[in-house]
Design a protein around this ligand. Structure first.
Ligand code: PTJ
Length: 269
């Protein structure tokens, strides 16, 4: 980190008034900035968040019906998995640590830290935030020799043999396209959360939830609580009824209609 950037740290408290129209968004932004200085978030994580925010505008910053359907299919898949794993990177740990830990507990899933930008102290910083949120068992800490996924050369190939390497279903909130493809090549079912329905991850995953992780993970906790005790045949039906291609088309159609309505409203003023 450059000295100049470190000097900015104390400028990070903008005193956001609660009645600011974008108070919540500013709050999360500054949380990411603060946690960048603590190495949880990588500097590129800020760019990724900005890209996400831009796509969130196209949804009206709300959870859309196709996303709700994808969440149900995702939870159903995770409940029926033999070995479900939730992959956590810097942005996820910064934005939704408590909800990720709660979701993993309900689903009996492992949490594995997997980051794109390796830097000294990052894994420890992410692990510490997850532990504070109540995580008891965190994988990907490098305490045992890691395994390497095939079909990928970035840092994301390095995985824990007890976690992603042996998982059958992997939830990847905020993923890059390369690893989504590699995970699928390695025989995993991949569930992605990505605000951009056009991203390679969104297009390649088996189930894509087009929503903001800030809204989505707490909602997935509620869905998991609601359906976890259903008979497995009923859970299978939820998975069977989900069509990934149609769901992505529905997301795009929602965006087109949303923009069309917005344009009509503006023109009628
Ligand atoms: O912590 P690291 O080192 O693993 O790095 C994490 C980032 C996010 C920097 C890394 O995974 C990355 O570079 O991701 P990408 O390729 O920029 O992809 C991020 C995707 O997540 C983009 O398609 C964004 O639209 C989307 N996104 C960003 N913020 C959110 C989001 N999707 C859902 N919820 C968000 N809050």
């Amino acid at each position: 980190m450059s000295k100049n950037l470190n000097n900015q740290k104390n400028l990070g408290n903008p005193n956001i008034p609660n009645d600011h129209p974008r108070a919540q968004s500013l709050h999360y932004r500054h949380k990411l900035v603060d946690l960048m200085f603590e190495k949880v978030v990588t500097p590129s994580g800020l760019c990724a968040h900005g890209r996400g925010e831009a796509f969130d505008y196209l949804l009206g910053e709300q959870t859309i019906p196709p996303a709700e359907n994808a969440m149900e299919a995702a939870i159903a898949s995770l409940l029926l998995a033999k070995h479900p794993v939730i992959s956590v990177n810097g942005n996820v740990a910064a934005l939704v640590p408590d909800d990720i830990v709660e979701l993993a507990e309900i689903l009996n899933a492992d949490i594995e830290i997997n980051i794109f930008y390796q830097a000294q102290g990052r894994i420890e910083a992410i692990s510490s935030i997850l532990k504070k949120a109540g995580a008891k068992n965190i994988l990907g800490l490098g305490d045992i020799p890691p395994k390497s996924l095939s079909h990928i050369s970035s840092n994301r190939r390095i995985v824990d043999p007890r976690g992603i390497y042996s998982a059958d279903v992997v939830l990847v909130p905020l993923e890059d396209g390369d690893r989504t493809e590699a995970l699928i090549e390695n025989g995993k079912k991949v569930i992605a959360i990505d605000l951009n329905p056009l991203s390679r991850t969104a297009q390649k995953a088996n189930i894509t939830i087009v929503d903001n992780i800030i809204r989505c993970i707490p909602r997935m906790v509620k869905i998991a609580e609601r359906i976890k005790n259903l008979e497995s045949e009923k859970i299978k039906v939820i998975i069977h009824n989900f069509n990934q291609k149609k769901n992505l088309d529905d997301c795009l159609e929602y965006i087109i209609n949303f923009l069309q309505n917005l344009m009509e409203k503006t023109n009628s003023k």
